[in-house]
Design a protein around this ligand. Structure first.
Ligand code: HDD
Length: 712
């Protein structure tokens, strides 16, 4: 066989990068794109035969001396590193952040004070419970971790798409994660909380009730990583140049609005395209539809620390936007896909302790425990204290210190002065004065007893769970009820289910009743808020006044029903059309694409103008569908599934020509009318009505699943 000694053509369709950020992050890329690339060993020896091992004769055994074979196999054998113990399944992207106006009043952080500066970022989105290869559409919290490569060093905002957490203290994190991960005896189920050990733990942890409301809501099955909010969760501190501190909660607000899928749809997407979110993010960036989020801050002046009925240090509580509005202070844009998944998305190492001057920690006991966990995890996952030297983790700011050696050290330090203070090295590297950017911790006054306990306000476990539930629209409440019915129905132990109904009764009695109906259980009467008692050895001075009632009864910001619903940019639309309907389909496609939608024409065969065959397609990967004509769909079971699923999942549906007769033929005559259903010929009126219906995202009012019905 002839040997290749010429380079193959690069086939990437990637658009050339033109922004500043690309230039800076390129510094960390190992580019080996030279035109003439000969295949070599790791030592640089050109390889002449990459197909045949070295043998004693044409039919003889392989020789141990074949170092090319041994090197290749040995490297391959070690290609996997331990996956993250949580958040193993993730997708990343590069981009940049820019602040709108200087935030000098609150923080001296350089990247939050210079509107002209584009700070490069790398973001990794993730699910929590599943393994690296698990489905994207699991019901789960989504990680939302942002690494800012600032001029003052790395800043990591390692948050989630839910603003609160299950537990209040890092001490119980391993228990929480053990309980939600696949069960220890049989490694089932994968990427799912619907199992015995999780609900056993939760039913004994009333503090988790607020987060459970979020996790059972549609927030836990996002439509797209580009359409979910992000939250720093904990209260952090801002510190300004005068040394004054205020408390801050961080938010990411997606400019496309916050949207989710239906649960039945999520389970079907998991089968049809388990990479649905990863693919969606990748394709949007490749198409130049760069995802954007505004950074929001809620600022609480230091003097107001104890003003609220909840403790700012309690990560199971949010600050209702009605009490402290979210101020949008800057924008993050993701504009470049990683070049190499392993080198970037897998090896990126976040740490809530990566801070810059002007942003500091609070005493939230969950946050405090995280500060130990992340670097410790990196050590076992990436194998060395030198993980900071991996290109994706390397700061763009210069690094000078006396760290030396260790596994896989990359830096070659060129002198022997590896201590401080020193005189032989001219005192370098020297400590930075505060005025020159030297970081200092906020000098919070502190004098107290050592205790293993929580402040009194942490004991209110239900007010905000109730606030969240009551702030949801009716369809959102129905979805929470249905999710709880689904999850609890998966349990074998009746006592766990009963304990959960008991806890739900403290959140909302109607909620508990409607969940309990599915199990023929009685809801216990709620006598008084179920709170832990204060430990006997707590000083009376430490007992804070505690109010039972939430200050805010309903919060609009907590419901996705109130999200942004204009425009159809990046929405996916599938049009069923055979050759007789191709003209209508092409016209509709052009009109929707002009509005920024991503449209596929689907037919029984891959003829001219057709993008996908019916056999390879499914409506669950589209946001809206159109059907042109009744024929030939009447005779295709796949077409019936396609349309029925779209209808059940409350999507916008356009029935073009006589396609509405399909609904009569399929025994769904009454379903062809209703919100989000558009009929007619492909004229302007129909197209505009369809665009409005797609923009609304979902038409939940159409749902009529009997399981939602309340007992008379
Ligand atoms: Fe964590 C990863 C978010 C509590 C311990 N966490 C990890 C990631 C995110 C979060 C987004 C993935 C980062 C990436 O993409 O690489 N974690 C959170 C949030 C929490 C939280 C928002 C609560 C508010 N985590 C938490 C606690 C502990 C940990 C209380 C331990 C005491 N988390 C870890 C970890 C991970 C991690 C085991 C696994 C991989 C890694 O850190 O780098 O250290």
């Amino acid at each position: 066989m002839a040997k290749r000694d010429t380079p193959r053509k690069r086939t990437s369709t990637r658009k050339p990068e033109s922004n500043e950020n690309a230039k800076t992050t390129d510094l960390r890329r190992n580019t080996t794109d030279a035109a003439d690339q000969r295949l070599t060993t790791d030592q640089g020896l050109p390889i002449n035969d990459n197909q045949n091992s070295l043998k004693a004769g044409l039919r003889g055994p392989t020789l141990l001396e074949d170092h090319i074979l041994r090197d290749k196999i040995m490297h391959f054998d070690h290609e996997r590193i331990p996956e993250r113990v949580v958040h193993a399944r993730g997708s990343g992207a590069h981009g940049y952040f820019q602040v709108y106006e200087p935030l000098a009043k609150w923080t001296k952080a350089g990247f939050l004070n210079d509107p002209a500066r584009r700070t490069p970022v790398f973001v990794r989105f993730s699910t929590v419970a599943g393994s690296r290869g698990s489905t994207d559409l699991a019901r789960d919290v989504r990680g939302f971790a942002v690494k800012f490569y600032t001029d003052e060093g790395i800043y990591d905002l390692v948050g989630n798409n839910i603003p609160v957490f299950f537990i209040q203290d890092a001490m119980t994190f391993p228990d929480l994660i053990h309980s939600v991960k696949p069960e220890a005896h049989n490694e089932m189920p994968q990427a799912a909380s619907a199992h015995e050990t999780f609900w056993d733990f939760i039913s004994l942890m009333p503090e988790s009730m607020h987060m459970i409301m979020w996790a059972m809501s549609d927030r836990a099955i996002p439509r797209s990583l580009r359409m979910m909010e992000g939250f720093g969760v904990h209260t952090f501190r801002f510190v300004n140049a005068k040394g004054e501190s205020s408390f801050v909660k961080f938010h990411w607000k997606p400019l496309l609005g916050v949207h989710s899928v239906a649960w039945d749809e999520a389970t079907k997407i998991s089968g049809k395209d388990p990479d649905f979110h990863r693919r969606d993010l990748w394709e949007a960036i490749e198409n130049g539809d760069y995802p954007e989020w505004e950074l929001g801050v809620q600022i609480v002046p230091a003097k107001d620390e104890h003003k609220y009925p909840f403790d700012l240090l309690d990560p199971t509580k949010l600050i209702p936007e009605e009490l402290v509005p979210v101020q949008r202070v800057g924008k993050m844009t993701l504009n470049r896909n990683p070049d190499n998944f392993f080198a970037e998305t897998e090896q990126v190492a976040f740490d809530p302790g990566h801070l810059v001057p002007g942003i500091d920690l609070s005493n939230d006991p969950l946050l405090q425990g995280r500060l130990f966990s992340y670097p410790d995890t990196q050590l076992s996952r990436l194998g060395s204290v030198n993980f900071n030297e991996i290109p994706i983790n390397r700061p763009l700011a210069p690094v000078h210190n006396n760290h030396r050696d260790g596994h896989m050290r990359q830096t070659i330090n060129k002198n022997h002065i590896n201590y401080e203070p020193n005189s032989l090295g001219g005192g370098c590297p020297f400590q930075a004065a505060m005025k020159n950017g030297g970081s200092t911790s906020f000098p919070e006054p502190m004098e107290d007893m050592k205790v293993r306990a929580k402040s009194e306000k942490f004991m209110d476990h239900f007010s905000q769970a109730t606030l969240f539930y009551r702030s949801q629209s009716t369809p959102e409440q129905n979805h929470i009820i249905n999710a709880l019915r689904f999850e609890l129905a998966k349990l074998d132990t009746a006592a766990v289910r009963e304990r959960m109904i008991g806890l739900l009764a403290y959140v909302d009695h109607d909620l508990a009743t409607r969940v309990a109906e599915a199990f023929d259980l009685e809801v216990p009467a709620v006598v008084e808020p179920l709170n832990h008692s204060i430990p006997a050895d707590t000083s009376p001075d430490d007992v804070q006044p505690y109010e039972e009632k939430p200050v805010v009864e309903r919060s609009e910001a907590l419901s996705m029903a109130n999200t942004f619903k204009e425009g159809i940019r990046t929405r996916r639309v599938g049009i069923l059309a055979d050759m007789d309907g191709i003209r209508d389909a092409t016209a509709l496609k052009a009109a929707l694409e002009a509005e920024g939608a991503m449209v596929k024409v689907i037919a029984p065969t891959l003829a001219k103008g057709v993008d996908q065959t019916l056999m390879t397609s499914t409506s669950v990967v589209f946001d809206a569908i159109a059907v042109v004509n009744q024929e030939p769909w009447l005779h295709y079971p796949d077409a019936k599934d396609f349309v029925c699923d779209a209808h059940r999942h409350a999507k916008a549906i356009a029935l073009i020509g006589n396609a509405d007769q399909l609904f009569d033929a399929w025994g769904m005559a009454e379903d062809k009318e209703g919100p989000g259903m558009v009929h007619g010929r492909t004229g302007k009126a129909v197209i505009n009505a369809f665009i409005d219906a797609i923009a609304a995202h979902r038409h939940w009012a159409r749902e009529k699943d009997p399981v939602y019905a309340t007992k008379a």
